[in-house]
Design a protein around this ligand. Structure first.
Ligand code: PMP
Length: 414
């Protein structure tokens, strides 16, 4: 049967950590944009893997090695289906950050020259800025950023102007902002980039979008999609680079060592086929299996249903926060235009103080620059407070958020 809505109470029972208290109060966890909580089926699958199977993958002839390899490759298949990728184009990495570094070092560095532009945006997480900066001096390309409008959206006129040069070889963009929640029109932008330069590639940072929106690489028109397991109910230590097999085939490996080779002599090495060419050393096996279980869990709920649930939370939270005096909510007002990360400010109170007082109320939010300093600077501040939702959050927790903001104001007004 297809779910219509999230049965939040049933979902919450699957998350052991949500049963605990903080400072004597029930935990209200509103920090899923940083990392999500993990449901019991994910924890169980990983424990069972270590208890019943544990072995290294790919290079053993014994039963456990075969079972471990099967479990690892089955997870790859599930994750590929989840985002509409070819399993041979699904590379397991450590996280989104490593996936983007892999592209900067293995695709951009050997290919790009002074005439080329790598186009990122001012909305990006540092993970989609710094790797390009690291390889830029050697490759010599022009590193440009799409600026933001006053309402924290990508400035499409500026984007069109840069793209019209025909020099953009890499367009790399977040599908959903981790700070202001904006959902970007990735496919529309990708088609403009390709129309201006058919050799260009499109890289999508899906760290925030893949956990929260139905995702299809073809519909996104992405050549590469990067995301992290830990933000989508899976464990830490595993990320994904999903990409076009032909492009991966042409690329040099990023890291060298065991597993990624076909033959090694003292004079040189030939490489394994994709995706193994990019998986040097013992991979995060239990983590891949855990991420496979997380994908099963999300499929069971249904990604459309996940999205609908978060829109419902946003429909209540955004107007409620907007209606509070001295509170500014950054980013789009309409829930359809945004994801479930809400950055806000309270006039005259530092975000870290807000986070600390809210924590005393049992509400876990994040305060800081959210690893997106260029974006946060455009908001006229060095930091924001951010509340972010996921499938296990309830409408009552939206009330708890609003009450905690009010309590914070009262605390500082004393
Ligand atoms: N991009 C975005 C949009 C993110 O929100 C994050 C995590 N905050 C990252 C990249 C980096 O993810 P990770 O730390 O898992 O590599």
């Amino acid at each position: 049967m297809v779910n219509e809505v999230v049965d939040v109470e049933a979902v919450r029972k699957d998350f052991p950590v949500l049963q605990r208290k903080v400072h004597g109060r029930p935990l209200v966890y509103l920090d899923s944009a940083a990392t999500s909580q993990k449901p019991q089926p994910v924890l169980d699958v990983m424990t069972r893997f270590y208890e019943d199977v544990n072995s290294n993958v790919h290079r053993g002839v014994h039963a456990l090695a075969e079972e471990a390899t099967e479990a690892y490759e089955a997870a790859r298949g599930k994750i590929a289906r989840f985002v509409g990728a070819d399993p041979r184009g699904v590379v397991f990495t450590k996280n989104t950050t490593e996936s983007i570094n892999l592209l900067a070092y293995s695709w951009a560095r050997p290919r790009l020259r002074e005439d080329d532009i790598v186009l990122s945006t001012e909305m990006e997480h540092h993970a989609n800025i710094v790797p390009w900066q690291l390889v830029q001096p050697e490759a010599g390309f022009d590193l440009r950023y799409v600026p933001l409008t006053d309402s924290s959206r990508l400035d499409m006129a500026a984007f069109d102007e840069i793209v019209s040069t025909g020099r953009v070889k890499v367009f790399t963009v977040t599908a959903m902002s981790n700070v202001v929640g904006v959902i970007n029109p990735v496919a529309e932008m990708a088609s403009k980039v390709r129309a201006a330069n058919r050799d260009a590639i499109v890289v999508v940072d899906g760290a925030q979008s893949v956990p929260h929106l139905p995702t299809d690489m073809l519909a996104l028109d992405a050549d590469f999609l990067c995301f992290s397991g830990h933000k989508m109910l899976g464990p830490t230590g595993i990320g994904v680079l999903a990409g076009r097999v032909d492009l991966l085939d042409e690329m040099q490996p990023f890291l060298g060592g065991g597993e990624m080779i076909s033959n090694v002599t003292l004079e040189g090495t030939t490489f394994n086929e994709v995706p193994y060419k990019f998986e040097a050393g013992t991979p995060p096996i239990a983590q891949a299996v855990g991420l496979g279980a997380a994908v099963d869990y999300l499929n069971e709920v249904g990604m459309d249903v996940v999205r609908r649930h978060e829109v419902e939370l946003l429909e209540k939270a955004i107007p409620a926060l907007h209606s509070l005096g001295r509170v500014t909510v950054h980013g789009p007002v309409a829930p359809e235009d945004r994801g479930a990360a809400i950055s806000f400010a309270i006039d005259g109170i530092h975000p870290h103080d807000i986070g600390t007082i809210m924590d005393r109320e049992g509400v876990a939010v994040r305060a800081g620059h959210h690893c997106a300093k260029p974006l946060v600077r455009t908001l006229g501040s060095a930091a924001t407070t951010r509340a972010s939702f996921y499938i296990y959050n309830t409408l009552d927790e939206v009330d708890a958020l609003v009450d905690a903001v009010e309590a914070t104001k009262r605390f500082f007004d004393r």
